[in-house]
Design a protein around this ligand. Structure first.
Ligand code: C5P
Length: 312
């Protein structure tokens, strides 16, 4: 019998993020293009038979540098994911969850959603519930708008809350630099600042649309064209809340990044390199000018959540 399962799920960057007007339910309609990149959340699920759910966190640089506390109780997304699998399939065992976080915390790269996706996959496997990917996607969407993409991975178009996904065609690999900020930005706060800018008449909102230039660049594997067409409607809101992020964007562009934007709701800045080597050079420049908390490189697209080991 399997008693221990390890699963991992990737972080993401939004290559394009168009945001419409706030809806009655508080969410905003989106038209976005996600790319999963090779920085991972790893969840180890170990069997218990006493019905308890116990979460522990490995101390990684992402956790150590975070100003945002990660809840260890039942509000944690990974615990909620495990409970959701148990509830759906009638499991009463309980589970130990251990999370190794490498995606920046509260960084705009959907690290919490990746925890949920990895926990869904790990628990479904541990308890041998026979869940289909579609069933896990449905549970994921109930946990958060970015969870279905963390399950799917690769590159995908997301509409509605960002959780109605269709895979995008891409060629080759893209080489990214991510510069984190220790302060963190909460997603609802950034959306609220977006609403404030709209209400103040500082920006117009239209029906969110996917940018054909991004889709063409992806299909051609053309990093220059992709860099030139990166866009994020949440960028001015994130910059209003954290103006110093402009220094990081400027540092990336000084190092000839093909494009540099705020990732999702920020504060992580994503910059695109011409090659893996160029990404490393951009990272070195950002580190040298000392404008970011930490800097790392990752390439995409990569696959979504999957089991990486299982045993006793
Ligand atoms: O779904 P999730 O819990 O990840 O979303 C966090 C918050 O981000 C929501 O409560 C909402 O304030 C904001 N959000 C939004 N529109 C979206 C996705 C998220 O306003 N499409």
């Amino acid at each position: 019998m399997t008693t221990k399962v390890q699963a991992r799920a990737p972080g993401k960057v939004n290559l394009h993020l168009a945001v419409g007007e706030r809806r009655e339910d508080g969410y905003h309609p989106l038209a976005t293009i996600f790319q999963a990149v090779g920085v991972w959340e790893t969840v180890t699920a170990s069997a218990r038979d006493d019905g308890e759910y116990v979460l522990t966190l490995d101390t990684t640089p992402a956790v150590a540098s975070s100003a945002h506390p990660i809840p260890l109780d039942d509000t944690n997304l990974a615990v909620r994911a495990a409970r959701m699998v148990a509830g759906r399939y009638g499991i009463s065992d309980g589970v130990d969850l251990r999370i190794k976080k490498d995606v920046p915390v509260a960084g705009g790269m959907a690290g919490g959603s990746a925890d949920a996706a990895a926990a869904l996959v790990a628990c479904a496997h541990l308890w041998e519930v026979g869940a289909t990917r579609d069933e896990l996607m449905e549970l994921g969407a109930a946990l958060g708008a970015d969870v279905p993409f963390a399950l799917l991975g690769h590159t995908a178009v997301g509409v509605d809350r960002g959780d109605e996904l269709s895979p995008a065609m891409t060629r080759g690999e893209f080489h990214w630099v991510f510069a984190t900020s220790s302060k963190g930005l909460s997603t609802p706060t950034v959306f609220a600042e977006f609403d404030r800018q709209v209400d103040a008449g500082h920006r117009a909102v239209t029906e969110p649309q996917i940018d054909g230039n991004v889709m063409r660049a992806l299909m051609a594997g053309d990093a220059h064209a992709l860099g030139a067409s990166l866009s994020n409607d949440l960028q001015s809101a994130a910059l209003a809340l954290a103006p110093y992020l402009q220094l990081t964007i400027d540092a990336a562009l000084e190092a000839d990044a093909l494009g540099a934007i705020i990732s999702g709701s920020g504060p992580t800045v994503a910059a695109l390199g011409r090659s893996r080597q160029h990404a490393l050079a951009i990272a070195a420049h950002i580190s040298a000018v000392d404008v970011a908390n930490s800097v790392f490189t990752a390439s995409g697209p990569v696959a979504g959540a999957s089991v990486i080991s299982s045993g006793h």
